[in-house]
Write a protein that binds this ligand. Structure first.
Ligand code: BG6
Length: 476
């Protein structure tokens, strides 16, 4: 595995720890090697020492595990714009004649094209080669298509793994298991019985050290175009005929194509964008977005998005899909909430304000769980109802080690399994859907709505739902 961007944040925080876990779990072939590349000259020894330091907190294997993992790593200076570096890389790789070579492009996206061109020039795009593209792939449809075209000149589509780490989360695959492994839910999983769907990905973190990148990106490109739309597909797609990779991806693309466009005239009514200002997270004061490092003065980049999406097909017509994501929110939580319709005629007194007594809450983070809410009779001499839930704590219910999202996806690349990666047409369609929103926001004189760090976002986000007589599901 060759990691371009081997000295970057993603490699240190996610990729190498994931490979280390796979190593400790005996999932890497004894001959597997990791070539970490970076633009600076450094020795393997120094690189490994720095990595050991950076990963100290996350490492839980035995000392000998680290030593044997470190033995797999080689550091090489590879400047993406220097052909001589690729000649050396090719010689080193070809000397070992590996059956499978994975090139992981964890670099800035403008380097994807030169790197792929160089790999093609030195013959490292042979059939055993796979290339992994990290998001964001471009900043709009045109730029993403020109990267895709350039990569396609050197690699076939079945060699290209567009990664969306949300698809590697155990709970997202569990959603498929719940839907397609049980007969219980499918009859209810449609407009006749579902009143609305809510998907939230809320983070407590701010932009951290990525201010410069984030300011050019914003939450719509960073989270909605990819993670949130992929979750919509997993909730809404029809049952695939099998688990074959294209069977699943063929169903997902139908959903992306069925998303009702949110055109210029709808943007104000169906979307909310926000930006955090100073506040407190877990009792600690935090700065506002505009005070973060790397942010352009007066920036209008959004750190929060809420959208009312709709899917124009027989199963989902008229069912709102409320999506929201934000940084510096009150809690770190990622969840999918299916709100079922109410009984047609209520004969029992209800808990005050309860609009949807039956909710299925599939929580991805911080702990993976599935909870089904319903009403039962309050004990005693009363006919009133009270809300209760059936809880499935997935992490506690199985002692089997759960691989993290990146570990799972990296092993899938090594094994040549494409099912949990995004096909080109999915990506095109997702860009098509978000582009009118991006364009309208870019041209709008109205800045993002301000929200205090440590809250659930701007008030307009609640108003978006109240127009449909609803409110966000927020558990304490
Ligand atoms: C990444 C985004 O794709 O996902 C980050 O670029 C975000 O901005 C991260 O913080 C969230 O991932 P997770 O798995 O921590 O929810």
């Amino acid at each position: 595995m060759v990691l371009f961007g081997g000295t970057g944040d993603l490699a240190r925080r996610k990729l190498l720890p994931a490979l280390f876990c796979a190593h400790c779990a005996g999932q890497l072939h004894p001959d597997a090697r990791i070539v970490a590349t970076g633009s600076r000259a450094a020795s393997t020894q120094d690189y490994v020492a720095q990595l050991e330091e950076a990963m100290r907190e996350q490492r839980h294997g035995a000392p000998q595990d680290w030593a044997s993992f470190a033995n797999r790593i080689v550091y090489m200076q590879v400047d993406a714009l220097d052909p001589a570096h690729f000649d050396t890389l090719a010689q080193r790789i070809q000397a070992r004649s590996p059956q499978v070579v994975v090139f992981y492009l964890a670099t800035a996206p403008h380097l994807f094209v030169p790197v792929c061109e160089q790999l093609g020039r030195v013959g490292l795009n042979h059939p055993g080669a796979r290339v992994v593209l990290e998001k964001p792939l471009g900043h709009d449809l045109d730029s993403s298509e020109s990267i895709n075209d350039a990569v396609a000149r050197h690699f076939a589509e079945d060699q290209i793994y567009r990664i969306d780490h949300y698809l590697g989360k155990e709970s997202v695959q569990n959603l498929m298991a719940i839907r397609f492994g049980n007969a219980l839910f499918d009859p209810l999983w449609r407009r006749e019985w579902v009143r609305e769907v809510q998907i939230t990905i809320a983070e407590e973190l701010g932009v951290e050290a990525r201010g410069d990148f984030y300011d050019r990106t914003g939450a719509l490109r960073d989270m909605v175009q990819n993670h949130l739309l992929q979750l919509v597909c997993m909730v809404a797609m029809e049952p695939p005929a099998s688990l074959a990779e294209d069977a699943i991806r063929d169903e997902k693309i139908k959903i992306l194509k069925a998303l009702k466009p949110i055109l210029h005239r709808d943007v104000a009514e169906k979307t909310v964008r926000g930006q955090y200002h100073a506040g407190a997270i877990q009792g600690q004061p935090v700065p506002g977005y505009l005070q973060e490092q790397g942010i352009v003065a007066g920036s209008g980049t959004e750190t929060f998005v809420a959208i009312k999406a709709e899917i124009a097909n027989w199963r989902w017509a008229g069912v709102p899909f409320f999506l929201r994501t934000g940084k510096r929110m009150q809690a770190r939580v990622a969840e999918i909430v299916i709100h079922f319709r109410d009984v047609p005629h209520a004969i029992f007194p209800r808990p005050y304000g309860l609009t949807a007594p039956n909710r299925l809450v599939i929580r991805l983070q911080p702990q993976e769980s599935i909870r089904l809410y319903f009403l039962v009779k309050q004990p005693g001499d009363t006919v009133a109802l009270t809300q209760t839930s059936l809880d499935l704590d997935l992490a506690a219910s199985s002692k089997v080690r759960r691989a993290g999202a990146y570990e799972r996806l990296l092993l899938d690349v090594i094994r040549g399994r494409l099912g949990l990666f995004v096909r080109r047409d999915e990506q095109v369609q997702a860009w098509r859907w978000v582009e009118p929103i991006l364009d309208t926001w870019r041209d709008s004189p109205i800045p993002p709505k301000s929200y205090t760090s440590g809250t659930w976002g701007p008030a307009a986000s609640s108003a978006l739902l109240s127009r449909d007589a609803s409110s966000w599901h927020e558990e304490s």
